[in-house]
Ligand binder design. Structure first.
Ligand SMILES: [Cu+2]
Length: 633
């Protein structure tokens, strides 16, 4: 939910499919000295003297290794400071408010270059300038407002400021710091990048693009490892210079969204307006600053929740090495690539080791597989044992069984893998010990790492959920196949003693029926959902869960054709503070990995419609779920 940005603008931006420009041939003529050095955005570029930053930029051909020194080398265009190595992302511009920027920019590429965002801030629109090959220009601009921004450049003629072919990495961060206030502790800047190579005919439809997604010029597992200690305060800035939105998910902890912006404008929220999330959708061309504090030691992840941005096959090395997209996938963490950051959290010196409470309840959760359900691909399903008998091996539930836990009650969930490949289960949004977080061969601490769950094997996950709310559980292994195949479900945590009345308390789990990009969206497993009947003058809780592997959802509740209102209640399982739990127009934009709870109070009999639109799928009719409201009996 990006509540602060104009909803309609975001909605339109996401609804329009990105035009694919004709393929360009990257310049192969880059000499060895033009190897890209990944830019971790710790050191500002240029020379700052007497309130003036002097910076000499050049755009030039280069060679880039997004998968580290032993990975494939991609011919690319990159920014450099004059006389220095090219950088991806481009040199960091970081200055205090009010600084004058004396910038020269030279085009050393064989194509005309259009440069965006080298301008005064704040601004209502992004300015651009064009440089023909060999041309330079000098700019004098002013850093007028604190915030997180970006600049970019294109050689292609389409009007979008970000590319993804040879010119896809011509972008960099601009950070303007307030004067007088100390810099936030652990303040880091991460630029998201997307490179797309030639289309390949290999692999399944969702895996066939030759793509690499990077944080600061590197793809997992070559992204930077962040190290913190329990109790640290961590401030991160994200800058999305890709043509896609990314739902950015933190494992194990909530984070606070401090600001949202774009290339030329940043909205720094007043403390009362900051939201607490585990996933925030960072739409294309936008920026986010966030703060979090690790309270539990161990290994954690921060990653995009779209499976094609973290899946093992969306990596150039797999394609370059094997010549096709069907290279073998690893297990757990070794299957991931792209937009993933690894975080090691050390215990605070002197803190006692964590003692797990004995569980008061044991659940048995089966992973079932139905081979060749989607062409040659399997369907997968989580099925919870109810009663004494194990569910049969061929029982399939789409989505998986809803799991209900109780706040403060220690529980052991035994996951039994009946599938033919390893699985791993992540309890998305639950604050728990790292070992049980569900990323095989990563979750844990020191040498004690959780395994992936081999076929025929089982794993006991222990947790004591500290808050009630709406969460998700899902596979964290071989995501393209297993998430697409159906390995997810709703995870609800109730208050002690609370009985959930399923007529008043409803889950709407929004996903996709199958592993392919063109698989149809569904609600609770139904492509065409049955109407649900509500009573007039009654308050209902709607729990929305977005977990479609490839999509963002735009949700509206309409009374006839007019947008209804509802009361916002919770986001990602965290209850909203009273001043945010207010009546709002009944619409949400949800990236995958987000949950949102709202209260709907019906008035007179009539008809409501719940409309669910899948962003970026222009040809698709939205799901319209009829909700007749009847007189109360
Ligand atoms: Cu992504």
């Amino acid at each position: 939910m990006s509540q602060s940005l104009p909803f309609l603008a975001l909605f339109l931006a996401l609804s329009v499919s990105t035009p694919t420009p004709p393929h360009e041939t990257p310049s192969p003529a880059a000499p060895d000295s033009t190897r890209v050095v990944p830019n971790d955005n710790r050191v500002p570029a240029g020379t700052l003297r007497n309130g003036v930053l002097t910076l000499r930029l050049v755009a030039r051909p280069a060679l880039w290794r997004p998968e580290g020194p032993n990975g494939p080398e991609l011919p690319i265009y990159a920014f450099a400071e004059e006389g220095k190595v090219p950088r991806i992302p481009g040199p960091l511009i970081r200055v205090p408010v009010g600084t004058e920027l004396d910038i020269s920019i030279r085009n050393s590429l064989p194509h005309a270059l259009r440069v965006y965002g080298l301008q005064d801030r704040p601004a209502a629109r992004v300015d651009s300038l064009e440089l023909s090959p060999g041309q330079s220009q000098v700019l004098r601009i002013r850093a007028g407002a604190a915030g997180t921004y970006l600049y970019s450049a294109r050689t292609s003629r389409d009007t979008f400021p970000f590319g993804h072919f040879a010119d896809g990495q011509l972008s960099g961060a601009i950070v303007v710091d307030t004067i007088g206030a100390p810099r936030p502790a652990n303040d880091r800047v991460f630029v998201l990048g997307l490179w797309r190579g030639r289309e390949t005919p290999f692999g399944t439809p969702v895996e066939q693009r030759e793509e690499v997604l990077v944080f600061n010029g590197l793809a997992w597992p070559h992204t930077e490892r962040l190290s913190h200690t329990v109790g640290d305060t961590v401030h991160w800035r994200f800058i999305n210079t890709t043509r896609r939105g990314h739902p950015l998910h933190l494992h194990g902890f909530y984070y606070r969204v401090d600001s949202r912006g774009n290339a030329v404008r940043d909205t720094i929220y007043a403390p009362a307006s900051r939201r607490t999330v585990v996933t925030e959708l960072v739409t294309r061309g936008t920026t986010m600053a966030m703060t979090w504090s690790p309270h539990t030691a161990g290994n954690w992840l921060f990653h995009c929740h779209l499976v094609e941005h973290i899946s093992g096959k969306a990596r150039p090395s797999a394609l370059f090495a094997s010549g096709n997209g069907n290279g073998s996938h690893g297990h757990g963490i070794h299957d991931m690539t792209g937009l993933v950051l690894g975080i090691h959290v050390k215990p605070r010196p002197g803190d006692p080791p964590v003692a797990l409470e004995p569980s008061r309840k044991t659940l048995r959760l089966f992973v079932n597989e139905h081979p060749r359900k989607y062409n040659d691909q399997s369907a997968y399903s989580f099925v919870l044992q109810e009663g004494m008998r194990e569910p049969s091996a061929d029982s399939m539930r789409v989505p998986g069984s809803t799991i209900s836990l109780v706040r403060g009650e220690p529980v052991a969930i035994s996951v039994i893998n009946r599938a033919r490949e390893p699985v791993s289960v992540h309890w998305h949004g639950i604050e728990l010990e790292s070992y049980f977080d569900g990323v095989g061969e990563w979750s844990g601490i020191g040498k004690r790492l959780a395994p992936t769950i081999a076929p025929g094997d089982s794993f006991v996950a222990r947790m004591t959920p500290p808050r009630s709310g709406t969460f998700i559980y899902h596979t964290h292994a071989h995501e393209t196949a297993q998430m697409g195949g159906g390995l997810y479900g709703a995870l609800l945590v109730l208050e002690p003693g609370q009985q959930r009345d399923t007529t008043l308390d409803r889950v709407f789990l929004l996903s996709t029926g199958g592993p392919f990009a063109q698989s149809l969206p569904n609600v609770n497993g139904d492509t065409i959902p049955e109407p649900i009947e509500l009573r007039a003058r009654t308050t209902y809780r709607f729990r929305f869960i977005a977990i479609a592997p490839h999509d963002t959802k735009a949700i509206r509740l309409l009374a006839d054709t007019v947008l209804a209102s509802w009361r916002a209640v919770a986001k990602d399982g965290a209850e909203l503070p009273a001043h945010q739990a207010t009546m709002k127009p009944a619409r949400l934009l949800m990236g995958t990995g987000e949950s949102a709870d709202v209260e709907v109070t019906t008035t007179e009999p009539g008809e409501l419609t719940l409309e669910i639109l899948t962003a970026g799928r222009a040809g698709l009719t939205p799901i319209r779920m009829r909700i007749p409201v009847r007189i109360r009996e």
